[in-house]
Design a protein around this ligand. Structure first.
Ligand SMILES: *[C@@H]1O[C@H](CO)[C@@H](O)[C@H](O)[C@H]1NC(C)=O
Ligand SMILES: *[C@@H]1O[C@H](CO)[C@@H](O)[C@H](O)[C@H]1NC(C)=O
Ligand SMILES: *[C@@H]1O[C@H](CO)[C@@H](O)[C@H](O)[C@H]1NC(C)=O
Ligand SMILES: *[C@@H]1O[C@H](CO)[C@@H](O)[C@H](O)[C@H]1NC(C)=O
Ligand SMILES: *[C@@H]1O[C@H](CO)[C@@H](O)[C@H](O)[C@H]1NC(C)=O
Ligand SMILES: *[C@@H]1O[C@H](CO)[C@@H](O)[C@H](O)[C@H]1NC(C)=O
Ligand SMILES: *[C@@H]1O[C@H](CO)[C@@H](O)[C@H](O)[C@H]1NC(C)=O
Ligand SMILES: *[C@@H]1O[C@H](CO)[C@@H](O)[C@H](O)[C@H]1NC(C)=O
Ligand SMILES: *[C@@H]1O[C@H](CO)[C@@H](O)[C@H](O)[C@H]1NC(C)=O
Length: 370
């Protein structure tokens, strides 16, 4: 009886789906050409599935921005995988939560912006997507990236991870795409370090604008092929002879550009940098715009307007001896500790001495019954 009802229900649902009118995609979406559509926009159509839509196999660019697609059903995945000429698929603003298991081997560009993704793990199905070159994962809450995320990818050249709430990127995250990756955009995250950089031997451009770097990362000391570095709107306050920039001046680097606008420079502690900016080998392309945050006497002044020799940095206490101060304090601490230790040892010895004497004296004074 129960199974009978189940059967009836299944039949009803099934016939409901199959008798649902089937539309050619161009009846619902915007096509550039009705007979042989190449570019198709299905944006804001309130679609939750693709069950009743037929897609021409001529489509190369397909956009589904702002719908309710999840691609959890095998049918919807197959529908996309069956569009053999598809190169560009735009799924931004859909409630995906995980990356759909596409396997179209001609796909070159996949955009998954603002899709509720919490991890960026590409499933195994992408192992055959050897033409996939560009991926957009911006505006998701990814948190961290690990080696697991991109290990199914092999030929990616460009990845955008802007505003993805990233605070950690493991050093081996991009291992599978280390020779193909040319450009990474990481704007508006919470990154402070760049351990993964040395693994990327064909990287041309890296964008760390609007992150939390407090200094230029040492990993940029030897740029292999990278020509564009962006560190605007970070927390970099000191650039001195310990900075990677100093090492750049010691090697014959050509064609490199670095952008550093909107960092809170401490100009007294960055006097080497100010000197460097006025030199002819200056690779800082927005040097014109850089200003001091500290010390107060120079707040808001442009670095290129300052003259290192005539700067007044005397009000800065014990410059540049932060490390020296710590060492001196440590030595003083050790010295005081020794003093206290010796002092208590002496006192204990004295007390023992007197104690024994007292004890010694009490014996004869004790009343001994006779
Ligand atoms: C695209 O689909 C429409 C409607 O099904 C059809 O008339 C047209 O011939 C198709 N074009 C190609 C190239 O398949
Ligand atoms: C979107 O579709 C759902 C059902 O799938 C419906 O309840 C809702 O009213 C639709 N919204 C708009 C704006 O058409
Ligand atoms: C998203 O799509 C819905 C219809 O499904 C529409 O009402 C809404 O205006 C769209 N939002 C944007 C930002 O385009
Ligand atoms: C597929 O979408 C259509 C219209 O958007 C809706 O009526 C139908 O219930 C959906 N089917 C499934 C299985 O979600
Ligand atoms: C995809 O193509 C295969 C083989 O041509 C076909 O059997 C299958 O029904 C298609 N699936 C969809 C959802 O169109
Ligand atoms: C890739 O696209 C070409 C045409 O652009 C087509 O001939 C080929 O079959 C497609 N490959 C696959 C695996 O669909
Ligand atoms: C990749 O393609 C090969 C050969 O066509 C096939 O055997 C394999 O199952 C495919 N892998 C995936 C993950 O689709
Ligand atoms: C620096 O490299 C350029 C070409 O990359 C070369 O022409 C030039 O001689 C080199 N200069 C030095 C000092 O090595
Ligand atoms: C300096 O900043 C202004 C606005 O903040 C910008 O328009 C201009 O392009 C910047 N100049 C350089 C050299 O970066």
């Amino acid at each position: 009886m129960k199974s009978m009802i189940h059967y009836l229900l299944i039949v009803i649902v099934f016939t409901g789906l199959t008798t649902g009118e089937i539309h050619n995609v161009c009846e619902i979406c915007t096509c550039d050409n009705l007979d042989k559509p190449i570019t198709v926009h299905c944006d804001s159509k309130n679609l939750s599935n693709l069950t009743n839509i037929r897609f021409n196999s001529s489509i190369e660019t397909l956009s589904f921005i702002n719908n309710s697609l999840t691609f959890k059903s095998v049918g919807d995945l197959e529908t996309i995988n069956n569009i053999t000429s598809l190169k560009s698929l735009i799924l931004s603003n859909n409630p995906l939560s995980t990356i759909p298991e596409f396997s179209s081997s001609n796909l070159t560009n996949l955009q998954l912006e603002n899709t509720y993704l919490k991890t960026a793990t590409f499933p195994k199905s992408y192992e055959n997507s050897t033409n996939l070159q560009s991926i957009v994962l911006s505006n998701n809450k990814l948190g961290k990236l690990t080696r697991e995320n991109f290990k199914s990818l092999s030929s990616l050249t460009k990845i955008s991870l802007d505003n993805a709430q990233l605070n950690t990127i493991d050093h081996d995250t991009f291992t599978s795409i280390s020779t193909s990756l040319q450009s990474i955009s990481l704007v508006s995250n919470s990154l402070k370090s760049a351990e993964f950089l040395p693994t990327l031997n064909n990287l041309l451009s890296i964008n760390f604008d609007k992150n939390k770097f407090q200094q230029l990362p040492t990993e940029i000391i030897k740029p292999v092929r990278t020509k564009h570095f962006f560190f605007r709107d970070n927390q970099i306050n000191i650039i001195d002879e310990l900075s990677p920039l100093y090492y750049w001046t010691k090697t014959n680097l050509t064609g490199i550009e670095i952008y550093l606008n909107n960092n809170p420079f401490d100009c007294c502690q960055s006097r080497w940098f100010i000197h460097y900016l006025t030199g002819s080998n200056n690779l800082v392309k927005d040097s014109f715009n850089l200003t001091c945050a500290l010390p107060q006497a120079y707040t808001g002044r442009r670095l290129i307007d300052l003259h290192v020799d005539s700067m007044d940095c005397s009000t800065k206490p014990v410059y540049p001896s932060n490390k020296l101060t710590i060492i001196v304090l440590c030595l003083m601490g050790v010295f005081i500790f020794i003093l206290i230790a010796v002092g208590t040892a002496l006192r204990r010895r004295n007390r023992n001495y007197f104690g024994r004497r007292q004890q010694y004296e009490t014996i004869p004074s004790a009343d001994i019954p006779t």
